[in-house]
Design a protein around this ligand. Structure first.
Ligand code: HEC
Length: 425
């Protein structure tokens, strides 16, 4: 009840009335009124009980909402009468992390295809993972057949990253507006798993260094977090943006991570320390996607108006050159086909390559009937494999070869497989 009705206004980031109850330890400390919140055995002397049971609507908690149901008020009274004891393992732990985890059974067959909100391809290109409802789904990208399901995951899975060097998968997600989670799962033995973080809102993105030593996550709590792998020990944690962080990109050299935020900026951080190396302010609307060039020395970012910009990782050398893929279609995903050719996944359902010289659309590489949601690029420079996914649940696999001696030559584009990434479809 406290987690659902009160923590929103009474936590570290926002302690209304100078009062926090996001941990039991904090709940015991008086706020600005200096009235003791909890007097063991004496509900009528406990400010917390006084404020949930008062008939003075202006004073009553939860503030500006209906009174709690009588049954819940009675339960709090009973609890205080019995001594107001805490029976959890750690009075300093966030109350939200102490709630029992509900085991949710995912349906065997989904009633309808679900939007692909997260996708990752492992190093050898043999395993593709996507989001399910309370689960992660794994697929064989050659055949489009489901390989397995990892249950007990967040309600929404919004970020996935394979960790190089081990059978580990990072999973980011949560329940929108209520909670966020970051997990590290052994995808060969899914029972081996560890929850790295419990957040107040969804984790939207997860990326890891090419050597598998650091995991970075970010999301709707505007924070970027780094964890040392394989243990998952927290390294740094930063309130990095003024609004949701919608996506992250890792530099191929593993030294920098870039973020795209609804606050209209993109930022670059040092992976080891979390130091902000540069902020790019060239966008006029929400920044939706970012990618590093293969040489790690350039970043492209795309926004909700369909504009793309290129800049350097160090704040100083920021270069603002606008590229527009044509139309005002949102740039939802970005990547590089080779050292020169940026690829953009658009709200219109098109995946296009961009000519870096003319700054215009070059080739259409793939086409979906709904807005693009995720894109992975794998394979070698001779044969690139492009995996794209859309809101209607479709995943398309496209092979790109260049008969005239390697990329970037004229491209041969061939869709080799498509399937709906939902069980039973
Ligand atoms: C929408 C925001 C909001 C919610 C939700 C909310 N509170 Fe409050 N709370 C406040 C504000 C603002 C104050 C400061 C006093 C005031 O304005 O009435 C306050 C003050 C308090 C205080 C007194 C702190 C002090 O010592 O001054 C307690 C105790 C308290 N709230 C408990 C709760 C409990 C328990 C819940 C959940 C049932 C809750 N609050 C939900 C906004 C909220």
């Amino acid at each position: 009840m406290l987690v659902g009705q009160c923590v929103e206004c009474h936590r570290a980031e926002k302690a209304k009335g100078g009062y926090r109850l996001d941990t039991f330890e904090q709940l015991l400390k008086a706020g600005d009124s200096d009235e003791v919140p909890l007097v063991a055995g004496k509900p009528e002397e406990s400010e917390l009980y006084e404020l949930i049971s008062t008939h003075e609507e202006d004073d009553r908690m939860p503030k500006k909402a209906d009174a709690l149901p009588e049954k819940e008020i009675a339960l709090v009274r009973q609890w205080i009468l019995e001594g107001g004891k805490f029976d959890g393992p750690d009075a300093k732990a966030a109350l939200a992390t102490l709630l029992p985890q509900k085991e949710v059974q995912s349906p065997e067959k989904y009633p309808r295809p679900i939007p692909v909100t997260a996708m990752a391809l492992n190093g050898d290109g043999k395993v593709l993972v996507t989001n399910g409802y309370h689960e992660v789904l794994s697929w064989d990208p050659e055949t489009g057949k489901m390989r397995g399901r990892i249950a007990g995951m967040p309600e929404r899975v919004l970020g996935l990253s394979f960790i190089k060097g081990g059978p580990l998968l990072a999973v980011a997600g949560g329940s929108p507006g209520r909670s966020g989670e970051v997990w590290l799962v052994n995808y060969a033995r899914p029972a081996e798993r560890k929850r790295l973080a419990q957040l107040r809102d969804c984790a939207l993105s997860a990326v890891s260094t090419p050597d598998g030593s650091v995991l970075i996550t970010a999301g709707a709590d505007n924070r970027v977090r780094a964890f040392a792998l394989p243990e998952g020990k927290p390294m740094w944690d930063l309130e990095a943006h003024a609004d949701w962080i919608l996506s992250l990109a890792m530099s191929p050299d593993g030294r920098h991570v870039a973020s795209a935020s609804r606050d209209r900026t993109a930022k670059v951080f040092d992976v080891k320390t979390g130091t902000v190396e540069g902020t790019f302010n060239g966008h006029e609307v929400a920044v939706l996607s970012v990618a590093f060039s293969p040489s790690s020395d350039q970043i492209i970012s795309g926004d909700a108006n369909g504009e793309m910009h290129r800049f350097k990782p160090d704040g100083e050398g920021v270069k603002d050159t606008t590229m527009s893929p044509g139309g005002r279609s949102e740039v939802l995903g970005l990547g590089f086909l080779n050292t020169e050719l940026p690829v953009a996944a658009l709200g219109s359902g098109l995946v296009i390559s961009m000519d870096p010289k003319t700054r215009k659309k070059k080739d259409v590489l793939a086409q979906h009937d709904d807005r693009l949601t995720k894109m992975c690029i794998g394979g070698s420079l001779e044969l690139r494999r492009l995996i794209t996914a859309s809101h209607d649940g479709w995943v398309r696999i496209t092979e790109l070869t260049s008969p005239a001696g390697g990329l970037p030559g004229p491209l041969q584009i061939k869709e080799t497989r498509r399937f709906i990434a939902s069980p039973g479809w």
